[in-house]
Design a protein around this ligand. Structure first.
Ligand code: 5AD
Ligand code: SF4
Length: 446
């Protein structure tokens, strides 16, 4: 029995959250225990993100602060770093130089190796650094310690082939590969049997999922949705992220046919100007994007749509930026993640000469946030007076009786509740709204 506790700090996206669940699962299986917080942990793990420069900087700052504790503890504190940043060779070199006291480094392709690396480190008292440049076969059957009992992330594919010119993900997560449909279906069956009501299917571009059955039949993403829709006990299916260029009419029809498919889609638009989209290598135009939104709303009138938007991409003019604002006004997003373009080493856009000055990026960012928030407020206000079906996630932030859950359309609702409500569905009357959430009163259990 290992007598050591661990703590994981996760940066970035759901993919990383899910990887951290796997890391925790593997450690718990081997007898390690979860520490209450980072301070009391024997093993401190950082799962890093490299999507934007400030993510890198934030992490390096945190790591720097740990040095004192590491030195004071001599051998007792073990520090491990993994995730997307470790797939960038220059970052690992920089780490070796600046933070030589990091004990274990591994990458996104060899998470399954981590327990062995850790054991080797303890046995030999020798630093372990193992980052695979290329991905290997998909490793199935790894344990997972879920964040929630009643909802779960399910990876359906790994990697990305799109090479949007600003993005580092294709370099840190490798090429697209899909899990076998039966592996996914079996996992979801097991989850449903274990009390999971809602799943979030994960992939950088779920729309290009291509899985091959045991009998050689190829299944696309929509086929997979229809298969999962049949699983008993499962109530809601969500997915992210969709690339607009691969969003098929077949998938739009699945929203109509599959009762479990939740009425929400995350559809990153990135920019409203077709000229900028072209330089981003997004492979759709403003008009094509708007046409998709029109089709989605024709099929599912109250579907909620969220998005990602980048401002200040190289060469973005004032007119280009205004097209992003008008696109937001036309689509009327329920919510939007907004980002200032940040140069990523090794991506094509790093070399673009017409970089937008920082102060212009900031000014445009503020204008964009003002627009998307105003629209979110209006969209949320329209929910007031409606009664919505909520799956209760857990306690909210404001005191003991405050609970939070999500509508089918992924709106966060806070209401007064009790701990036994977690994981169950309730009809909740919406009484008030904010920019990012709703407030409600429980009417009845579903
Ligand atoms: N700069 C700013 N935002 C970026 N994103 C990806 N790369 C960058 C970058 N270099 C944003 C995109 C993507 C989201 C996950 O992060 O909007 O959809
Ligand atoms: Fe990055 Fe584009 Fe792939 Fe998304 S689709 S992960 S933005 S390269």
């Amino acid at each position: 029995m290992v007598n050591k506790s661990f703590h994981i700090t996760t940066y970035g996206c759901q993919m990383n959250e899910h990887d951290s669940e796997t890391i925790a699962g593997m450690l718990l299986e081997r007898g390690y225990t979860r520490a209450e917080d980072q301070k009391s942990a024997d093993i401190v793990i950082f799962n890093t993100c490299s999507i934007r420069e400030n993510a890198d900087n934030r992490f390096l700052g945190t790591l720097g602060q740990l040095k004192k504790r590491k030195v004071a503890s001599l051998k007792d504190l073990t520090i491990c770093v993994c995730g997307c940043m470790m797939q960038q060779p220059q970052v690992v070199d920089e780490m070796k130089e600046k933070f030589p006291w990091v004990d274990v480094i591994f990458g996104t392709h060899n998470i399954h190796e981590f327990p062995e690396l850790l054991e080797k480190y303890f046995a030999k008292n020798k630093r372990q650094r193992s980052v695979w440049e290329e991905h290997g076969e998909i490793v199935e059957g790894l344990p997972c310690d879920r964040l929630f009992r009643h909802k779960a992330f399910v990876n359906i594919m790994y990697g990305c082939n799109n090479f949007c010119t600003y993005c580092i993900v294709p370099y840190t997560r490798g090429r697209e590969r899909s899990r076998k449909p039966e592996d996914i279906v079996n996992e979801v069956r097991r989850l449903a049997a274990d009390g999971v009501r809602e799943i979030m299917l994960l992939g950088q571009n779920v729309n290009s999922y291509k899985g091959v059955d045991a009998d050689g039949v190829q299944r696309d993403f929509t086929d997979l949705i229809y298969m999962l829709n049949e699983i008993e006990g499962l109530e809601r299916i969500r997915f992210m992220t969709s690339h607009p260029k691969d969003l098929s009419d077949k998938l739009i029809q699945a929203f109509v046919d599959c009762k479990k498919l939740a009425r929400w889609i995350h559809l990153p638009m990135q920019a409203g100007s077709s000229a900028v989209l072209k330089r981003m290598n997004r492979r759709y135009t403003r008009e094509q994007y708007l046409e998709l939104v029109r089709k989605l709303r024709a099929a599912v009138p109250d579907i909620a749509i969220s998005t990602d938007i980048i401002v200040g991409f190289p060469g973005e003019t004032e007119e280009d930026f205004e097209q992003t604002l008008t696109l937001c006004e036309e689509v009327r997003y329920d919510s939007a993640f907004t980002f200032m373009y940040s140069i990523r080493r090794g991506t094509p856009a790093e070399k673009y000469e017409d970089q937008v000055p920082e102060e212009i990026k900031h000014a445009r960012f503020d204008r964009l946030v003002e627009t998307v928030n105003r629209i979110s407020i209006e969209k949320n206000a329209a929910y007031v007076g409606r009664t919505e079906e909520i799956l209760v996630d857990g306690p909210g932030r404001n005191g003991e009786e405050n609970f939070g859950g999500r509508t089918n359309t992924f709106k966060l609702v806070n209401f007064e509740g009790t701990p036994d409500m977690v994981g169950k569905k309730f009809m909740v009357k919406i009484t008030d709204s904010n920019t990012f959430s709703l407030v409600g009163e429980v009417v009845s259990e579903v």
